[in-house]
Design a protein around this ligand. Structure first.
Ligand SMILES: Nc1nc2c(ncn2[C@@H]2O[C@H](COP(=O)(O)OP(=O)(O)OP(=O)(O)O)[C@@H](O)[C@H]2O)c(=O)[nH]1
Ligand SMILES: [Zn+2]
Length: 212
C-alpha cells in the first residue's frame, strides 16, 4: 500500500467533525455464509465506532432486507444464553446470504443503551429476582435507552431508502418511522428459547411489546 495514502486516511479519521456520523473505510468480510462488505463509521460526538455489513447491490432502490442490531457483547461474542442476541445476529446474516442481498447495522448501544458494566449490574439484579425492565429502572435507567438516529446517515451513505426489517420489536419500527425512514415489511426473527432466556423473552413480550 502507498504509505502516503495510509497516513492521509488515518489522519482524516481523527480530524474533529461537526457531522453526526463520519464514514471511515470499508473492506471485504468473508463469513461462513458469504463474503460481505464491512463499512466503518465514527460518531464524532462520542468517538463510538459503528459498522454496517452489506451483501449485494443494496443501493438499487429496491427494499433491502435489513437487521438493525444493538451490541450485546455477552450474547454476540461470548455465547451467553441469557438473551437471544447471538442467534439473532447469526440468523440475520444467514437470511441475507440466502437472499444474496441485504444489510446489517451493528450499533454500539450495548445493554439497550446503558453500557456493558451497567448491563452486568442489571443481570446481577436479575439473578436476585428482578426482571429485565425492573432491573434497568432500579439502576435509574429507562427500560430502553436506545436511539436509532445514526441509522439515517448510514442508510444515506449506502443509498438505502426502504427496509424489510428483521425484528420482533414494533417499537424499533416506530422509532425508525419517526426518523423518516421507510419500513415496508417486518420480517420476524424468532429464536428457539432455552431455560436461561425464557423469563427474559416472556418479559420482553409482556412489558416491551415484542412479538414472538
Ligand atoms: N439493560 C439490559 N439490556 C439487555 C438485557 N438483555 C439484553 N440486553 C441488550 O438488549 C439489546 C437487544 O435488545 P432486544 O430487545 O433483544 O432486541 P431488539 O433489538 O429490541 O429487538 P429485536 O429486533 O426483535 O431483536 C442489546 O443491546 C443487549 O445488550 C438486559 O437484561 N438488560
Ligand atoms: Zn443479548
Amino acid at each position: 500500500m502507498n504509505p502516503s495514502l495510509a497516513t492521509a486516511t488515518a489522519v482524516s479519521a481523527v480530524v474533529p467533525s461537526e457531522s453526526e456520523l463520519d464514514y471511515a473505510a470499508s473492506c471485504e468480510l468473508p463469513m461462513p455464509w458469504a463474503t460481505f462488505r464491512l463499512h466503518a463509521f465514527v460518531e464524532p460526538a462520542t468517538g463510538k465506532e459503528h459498522v454496517a455489513i452489506t451483501l449485494g447491490d443494496v443501493g438499487n432502490g429496491e427494499p433491502v432486507l435489513a437487521r438493525i442490531h444493538s451490541e450485546c457483547l455477552t450474547g454476540d461474542a461470548l455465547f451467553s444464553l441469557r438473551c437471544d442476541c447471538g442467534p439473532q445476529l447469526e440468523a440475520a446474516l444467514q437470511k441475507i446470504a440466502e437472499e444474496g442481498r441485504g444489510a446489517l447495522f451493528y450499533l454500539r448501544q450495548e445493554g439497550r443503551g446503558i453500557g456493558l458494566v451497567n448491563k452486568i449490574r442489571a443481570y446481577q439484579l436479575q439473578d436476585a429476582g428482578a426482571d429485565t425492565v425492573e432491573a434497568n429502572e432500579a439502576l435509574g435507567f429507562k427500560p430502553d435507552q436506545r436511539n436509532y438516529k445514526l441509522c439515517k446517515p448510514m442508510l444515506q451513505h449506502l443509498q438505502i431508502s426502504t427496509l424489510r426489517l428483521m425484528t420482533n420489536n414494533p417499537r424499533k419500527i416506530t422509532a425508525l418511522e419517526q426518523l423518516g425512514l421507510k419500513v415496508v415489511e417486518r420480517v420476524p426473527l424468532v429464536i428457539t428459547r432455552n431455560p436461561f432466556n425464557e423469563r427474559y423473552l416472556t418479559t420482553k413480550a409482556a412489558k416491551l411489546g415484542h412479538l414472538f
